[in-house]
Design a protein around this ligand. Structure first.
Ligand code: SAH
Ligand code: SF4
Ligand code: F3S
Length: 473
């Protein structure tokens, strides 16, 4: 049993990152473990976590488990969780209440919790106190060992917890079952060393460690061969890619080499303003298959709050970078993340956040109320902003953000833009949906033979949330 440890999770040393190519191994015995058993997995959180779920699914299917869409039909239920804000915590523990009643009816049901919440000491303590009926808990550094964790729990018939709080290594041989046949997530780097004062990710995901380029490029080449249309390079601040490698190879080199594989669309997430270099901008501009879409979280428009957040840029520096990107890359869409109600945020600070939204007119923004995360530096700051004020600020911010989102969408009206059609519309199955190069969702009347194709679409309707269009002949 390995329990999470905050002090260890915070540690950063110059210990060399190991690249492990044979850590995931299955014995014949483990391959039989899932026979006649169904699994159900629910995922919370970011793209990184969604991609981890794709790995977990592949591991379970290697063990002969079969996926079901309904948790009531499962013999194994896994919750792959997110720790970024308190709300997922509440949802997950609420759902565990329901799952407990399923387990009472079906005692052989195996229940597990993994992902970033598993890395939190407070969560594991709560499980040890009140949810001993769970079968497995495993952390973000333990995915490759899932088969053994399951086997141990089944053999001992008791809760097995394996959560390593370490800086982390890189596991290169974990299989993946991709959700889409057209677009794929690819890890470029793991972890984060930025330690923004509000954020738990550096504790749940370990230190910043970049995959070696040759592994990434060969993964992309394989996807090109399989007919994939799009890859998204993932990292908590992906443009810091390469800084920790012992070779002189950075994000601009990776973007260029990935673009050269000929994959029709290259995306990357998430950009921290601090690591966005001029060289990256040049490469994005040069390659038509690097998409003109950048998610560039600003978090706040007040220099005082940015400093308290440990973001390491000022509002002025952000705006300069923003303008540089807008000028260099024609039609680029830029979206952002904003937190309101950070400890010490006054009305004047909040007005400055509204100001930066008015200056940048973002294509869209994810907006959040500050959520106190145990163990982070901001958790120790005095939070003197009443919750009613935070709620009011969020509403006011959202109104402004939506106004600019609608304006940005209106510009598409009557334009012809390429769209990668990737799925059938959930509400109307005569329609497909897909995304523009700038990451705007479009509904298009088209039959299923167009799935997986990049087609020219004329935009006929533009609202705040959605575009609608017709196929061009
Ligand atoms: N690595 C990315 C962000 C990942 S988390 C970056 O640095 O840009 C996604 C977003 O969640 C963040 O941009 C931030 O806006 C929000 N967030 C993170 N921690 C939070 C907290 N404690 N409370 C509220 N929002 C938070
Ligand atoms: Fe969190 Fe900051 Fe790292 Fe983003 S860059 S994951 S907000 S610590
Ligand atoms: Fe959440 Fe972990 Fe991602 S905290 S946002 S799932 S890295």
């Amino acid at each position: 049993m390995d329990l999470p440890n905050l002090k260890e999770a915070r540690k950063r040393t110059d210990k060399k990152v190991e690249v492990l190519t044979d850590s995931y191994r299955l014995t014949e015995e483990l391959k039989k473990l899932g026979l006649n058993r169904n699994y159900y997995i629910r995922t919370y959180g970011c793209q990184m976590n969604e991609h981890d779920t794709e790995k977990i699914k592949a591991i379970l299917e290697d063990m002969n488990f079969q996926e079901v869409e309904n948790m009531e039909n499962a013999d194994l239920i896994l919750l792959n969780t997110c720790a970024i804000r308190e709300n997922v915590h509440n949802k997950v523990f609420g759902l565990l209440g329901h799952i407990k009643s399923l387990k009472e009816k079906k005692p052989h049901l195996i229940v597990g919790l993994c992902g970033c919440m598993a890395q939190e000491k407070v969560v594991v303590d709560e499980i040890l106190n009140k949810y001993q009926w769970l079968d497995i808990v495993f952390g973000t550094h333990n995915i490759h060992n899932l088969p053994n964790i399951l086997a141990t729990s089944l053999a001992k018939k008791e809760l097995e917890i394996e959560v390593l709080s370490v800086e982390g290594d890189i596991y290169e041989n974990i299989p993946v079952k991709r959700e889409s046949k057209y677009k794929a997530w690819i890890n470029a780097m793991y972890g984060c060393d930025k330690f923004c004062t509000y954020c738990i990710v550096p504790y749940t995901r370990g230190k910043q460690r970049s995959r070696r380029p040759e592994f990434i490029i060969s993964e992309v080449k394989q996807l090109v061969e399989e007919g994939y249309q799009e890859v998204t390079l993932l990292g908590q601040n992906v443009n810091a890619y390469g800084k920790d490698l012992d070779i002189n190879y950075r994000m601009e080199n990776l973007l260029e080499d990935v673009a050269k594989t000929g994959i029709p669309r290259v995306r990357f997430l998430t950009s921290h303003p601090w690591d966005f270099t001029d060289k990256m901008i040049e490469v994005i501009k040069k390659y038509k298959n690097i998409m003109p879409y950048i998610h560039l979280p600003v978090q706040s428009g007040s220099n005082k709050i940015l400093k308290l957040m440990g973001r390491r840029y000022t509002k002025e520096e952000y705006i300069d970078l923003f303008n540089k990107i807008k000028e260099a890359i024609p039609n680029v869409a830029i979206t952002t993340d904003i937190i309101v109600g950070f400890p010490g945020e006054t009305d004047i600070d909040f007005r400055e956040t509204l100001d930066i939204v008015n200056t940048c007119k973002f294509d869209s923004a994810f907006t959040f109320i500050f959520s106190k995360r145990e163990g982070t530096a901001a958790a120790k700051m005095t939070d003197n902003v009443p919750i009613e004020v935070k709620n009011k600020r969020l509403q006011e911010l959202n109104k402004l953000v939506n106004k600019y989102a609608e304006e940005a969408n209106q510009k598409y009206l009557n334009q012809v833009v390429p769209v990668l059609l990737e799925g059938v519309n959930e509400k109307d199955n005569t329609m497909l949906y897909g995304y523009t190069e700038t990451m705007k969702r479009v509904n298009v009347k088209a039959d299923k033979s167009y799935l997986g194709k990049i087609v020219d679409v004329k935009i006929t309707k533009a609202g705040t949330w959605l575009l609608e269009g017709e196929l061009c002949a």
